[in-house]
Design a protein around this ligand. Structure first.
Ligand code: NAD
Length: 327
């Protein structure tokens, strides 16, 4: 069990949206010491019943009812197009918010959430859970002090069972845009996106190329046209070549390059941890300590902004900063 380090009263949390992600948020919250899962809300009665029967928490048909039950913090795991109205309503009641990625459907909406949270003085964290994947953390550690040259990330799989009006760039590539920004500590300055819609209304295949402000070249290959799930990261630095499988959580690095072409190779240690648990512990700690969350609203917004630009959509108020095929 994870200990919350403040010895204070239990943090009362709720989850809105009890689908694939919301169920897991509720499960993990219910297991954290120092946290009380007050309840979950979803208009789908069966989804609510599924969670309440297993976790013994309250079940509510609306956000209002969940807020009225008295919560300090809320996970928003409803469909992305509902993130903004739900977040604004919760923040207006002084509730700390963990919003699943992407922060919102539009950049303008994400900005409204960030502004509202800042004004209300509540914690706003965005659920970029890959940052808490131990394999990703191992890669990040291996990159310390390295001069990164290029990053290549593949995130592919079959078409998701539920149809959505969101394509692979907003749903999947936004994870990797965040990772590229995090690994390099630099913002993406140039984009060259190629997208296509083969089976879906929105893009279901995308090859995205970037250059960060620090000069790193990065590439994301993502699609819903692959019969198996794959999530791999390759990073070339001046001295190393790091390869990570984010599913099997194996990370290796090649190093000690010799003039004759030989080199050394080793497996890097990868901790055992459930990424979502680590994320929720970090959220609870940020709320309790009133400190900046690991992935704040600005991070979520920056990654959404790049994803939207890959789709040729940008806020009218923002100048064209990026040079790309669609720019
Ligand atoms: N971090 C990740 O790796 C990750 C993975 C998958 C999804 N997500 C994000 O999580 C969110 C939910 O995705 P999902 O895959 O769990 O979707 P889902 O379709 O499985 O679940 C969404 C749930 O929201 C409920 N809902 C619909 N309208 C609602 C309303 N007005 N109020 C409250 N609940 C409502 C639905 O009934 C459903 O139970 C999305 O924003 C998605 O981008 C994040």
């Amino acid at each position: 069990m994870t200990k919350i380090q403040d010895g204070g009263a239990s943090l009362r949390v709720g989850v809105i949206g009890c689908g694939v992600m919301g169920k897991n948020h509720a499960r993990v919250f219910s297991e954290l010491t120092g946290v009380t899962l007050v309840g979950v809300a979803d208009p789908d009665v069966e989804q609510v019943e599924f969670v309440t029967s297993r976790l013994g928490c309250g079940g509510f048909a609306s956000l209002d009812a969940l807020l009225d039950a008295g919560i300090d913090a809320l996970t928003i795991a409803a469909p992305t197009q509902l993130h903004t109205p739900i977040a604004l309503q919760a923040i207006a009641r002084g509730v700390h918010v963990l919003v699943e990625k992407p922060i919102a459907q539009l950049v303008e909406e994400g900005t409204r959430i960030i502004d509202a949270a800042a004004k209300a003085g509540v914690t706003l964290m965005v659920g970029h859970v890959e940052r808490f994947n131990p394999a990703v953390q191992s890669i990040k550690e291996a990159l310390a002090g390295e001069d990164i040259l290029s990053i290549q990330i593949t995130r592919v799989g079959p078409f998701p069972p539920r149809m959505s009006d969101i394509g692979v760039v907003i749903d999947l590539a936004v994870h990797d845009i965040d990772l590229i920004r995090w690994f390099t500590g630099s913002e993406i300055a140039e984009i060259q996106p190629q997208t296509n819609s083969i089976h879906a209304a929105r893009e279901d295949i995308a090859l995205l190329q970037f250059r960060t402000a620090s000069g790193v070249l990065a590439h994301i290959n993502t699609n819903w046209l692959t019969p198996f799930k794959a999530r791999t990261v390759h990073v070339a630095t001046r001295n190393k070549y790091i390869t990570g499988d984010l599913i099997t959580r194996q990370v290796t690095e090649c190093f000690d390059y010799k003039p004759d072409g030989s080199y050394s190779m080793r497996h890097l240690s990868v901790a055992y941890a459930e990424p979502l648990r680590a994320e929720l512990v970090a959220f609870v700690e940020a709320v309790r300590s009133k400190s900046a969350p690991v992935v704040g609203g600005a991070d979520g917004l920056a990654s959404l902004d790049i994803a939207m630009r890959c789709l040729g959509e940008r806020p009218a108020s923002q100048p064209k900063r990026v040079a790309g095929l669609r720019g």
